[in-house]
Design a protein around this ligand. Structure first.
Ligand SMILES: N[C@@H](CCC(=O)N[C@@H](CS)C(=O)NCC(=O)O)C(=O)O
Length: 217
């Protein structure tokens, strides 16, 4: 039995959906409604399973995991096909470098609880929150775009011509950027990779719009 607890708009859950799709692993999807006012992530039942009260959460047989980086690494080790990391040690580190750029330096600054705290505790208005959001994405994507250019390692995808963990982190972050109307014209390499990824079924099927808890689905 394999169950993914997620939310259609959660980019961390989106990462896991892509990885499960690329590896051809079937799963049940349980939606946890993060919408302010619903806050199902704070329900006693969910907190008993995942005390951090965030998504994603994966149950894979006896294995129970939160934190998308841990889940992705677990999936890669437990189900090596299709590989999401390249062969060589230095190449693997490069893919992890790009992944961490998104996972550590962009996403945590822009996730729901941080935005709520900026508004609620620091009194930031909508314009200030948007400015904050745009800043961290633009700064992070500028570095990602530059690395794609200088490394000489990118191809159709962030590394070479097959999708890796780096793309799995990048695509949901781009979806978030589009949602918040962050202008992405300055990032032609990233835009080309987005098109390449979204032409693959695993990426397309993992999109927020395709999830059963998406109101428009
Ligand atoms: N580092 C975590 C981040 C998880 C996370 O922040 N998830 C967000 C949705 S993308 C969440 O559940 N937020 C609920 C909340 O902040 O109350 C991961 O990668 O899994």
């Amino acid at each position: 039995m394999r169950t993914l607890f997620g939310y259609f708009r959660s980019s961390a859950a989106y990462r896991v959906r892509i990885a499960l799709g690329l590896k051809g692993l079937a799963y049940d999807y349980k939606a946890i409604n993060l919408k302010p006012g619903e806050d199902e992530q704070r329900s006693p039942d969910y907190l008993a399973m995942n005390p951090q009260g965030r998504v994603p959460f994966l149950v894979d047989g006896e294995v129970n995991l939160s934190q998308s980086p841990a889940i992705l690494e677990y999936l890669e080790e437990a189900y090596p096909e299709a590989a999401l990391l390249p062969e060589g040690v230095a190449d693997r580190a490069y893919v992890r470098q790009l992944s961490a750029l998104v996972a550590c330096d962009i996403h945590p600054l822009n996730n729901l609880s941080v935005l709520k705290w900026l508004k609620g505790e620091l009194g930031a208005d909508e314009a200030a929150v948007n400015k904050w959001y745009h800043h961290w994405i633009l700064e992070g994507f500028a570095a990602y775009e530059a690395l794609l250019g200088t490394s000489g390692l990118s191809g159709r995808f962030s590394f070479g011509d097959a999708p890796t963990l780096a793309d799995i982190y990048l695509i949901p972050q781009v979806w978030n950027a589009n949602r918040f109307k962050v202008p992405l014209e300055a990032f032609p390499r990233i835009n080309a990779i987005v098109d390449a990824c979204n032409s693959l079924e695993a990426f397309a099927d993992a999109a927020p719009e395709k999830q059963p808890d998406c109101p428009a689905a």
